[in-house]
Design a protein around this ligand. Structure first.
Ligand code: THU
Length: 160
């Protein structure tokens, strides 16, 4: 038996004002998208903003449905649209923000497991890391230099 230890690294910014200016702007787009989320069932709004290497910014938010599993997270709404509209563009950076009507979200809120798997597909496809910044409604912002930091033991196509 051999034990394998996996470590991961994140950077924490005290708040949005400590971010580089271009990321503040990307996060502002995510906040705007978050405000337009359709989340009448969870009251939990999520916004995602993606910067592509062609300088386009694509945003998305969560879209819920009375048939709950038919809804989709903000991250996948945005990344699938980016993939659909600009199939050859590389994804450089993502900014994510979440807020709740029921409680204060003042800690960084990471993407769910299904969204990490979806983002991983694009990171592997393009062979270039995607920087991911995530926050709640206020407070600290976490940065991951790559999706792989958020999803060790990734499931990927070489096993198929
Ligand atoms: N949600 C996202 O949009 N992204 C995540 O990474 C986690 C959860 C949405 C799905 C649902 O509309 C609401 O947040 C509550 O789970």
């Amino acid at each position: 038996m051999k034990e394998v230890k996996i470590e991961t690294t994140l950077q924490l910014f005290e708040d949005i004002s400590e971010l580089p200016k271009d990321i503040q702007s990307l996060m502002s787009s995510a906040i705007e998208a978050r405000e337009n989320a359709y989340a009448p069932y969870s009251n939990f709004n999520v916004g995602a903003s993606i910067l592509l290497d062609n300088e386009e910014v694509i945003t998305g938010n969560n879209q819920e449905n009375a048939s709950y599993p038919s809804g989709l997270c903000a991250e996948r709404t945005a990344i699938y649209y980016a993939g659909a509209k600009y199939p050859n563009a590389k994804i450089l950076k993502m900014a994510l923000t979440a807020s709740s009507k029921n409680k204060l979200t003042d800690k960084p809120i990471p993407p769910c497991g299904a969204c990490r798997q979806a983002i991983a597909e694009y990171e592997l496809k393009q062979g270039q890391a995607i920087e991911i910044y995530f926050m709640g409604a206020t407070g600290r912002v976490a940065k991951s230099d790559s999706l792989s930091n958020l999803l060790p033991f990734i499931f990927e196509s070489s096993v198929l």
